[in-house]
Unconditional design. Structure first.
Length: 134
């Protein structure tokens, strides 16, 4: 079902500082900051030859990333994102096999403008998984 790794998301307490490190120290191509109020986050993408790094930081006090950073004040890997051919078929197969889909399995539009869902970490060895339609 899954295709290529789209990105690895890293929660960071200071998105400007983290972006600067990737750009000025590691020499990576860094996108501009994207705000996603519906997800409560601000995002920066780091382009790599084979995938992307998504730096995510809280946009407001209700952000799920704020809770993550309370437990991990210096930040850390938040989730992995895999591409799928059809998000609705993925939802159907996962639901039929009793996998927990967060936010009742209704896709939202992600930072790339494509439908996404998140899968509960309890089904994936403690790792939050994002599926994004290709």
């Amino acid at each position: 079902m899954i295709g290529k790794l789209n990105h690895v998301a890293i929660a960071v307490p200071d998105i400007a500082d983290a972006s600067s490190t990737y750009k000025n120290i590691l020499g990576a191509e860094v996108s501009g900051q994207i705000e996603q109020p519906e997800h409560g986050v601000k995002i920066v993408f780091i382009k790599l030859p084979n995938t992307k790094i998504e730096l995510i930081s809280p946009l407001n006090d209700n952000s799920p990333i704020r809770k993550f950073l309370e437990k991990n004040p210096k930040g850390g890997i938040h989730h992995l994102c895999y591409e799928v051919e059809c998000i609705n078929l993925a939802i159907q197969k996962l639901s039929e096999n009793n996998y927990k889909i967060l936010e009742p399995g209704i896709p939202k539009i992600g930072a790339h403008g494509k439908p996404i869902i998140f899968l509960h970490p309890s089904n994936f060895n403690g790792t939050l998984i994002e599926l994004q339609q290709k």
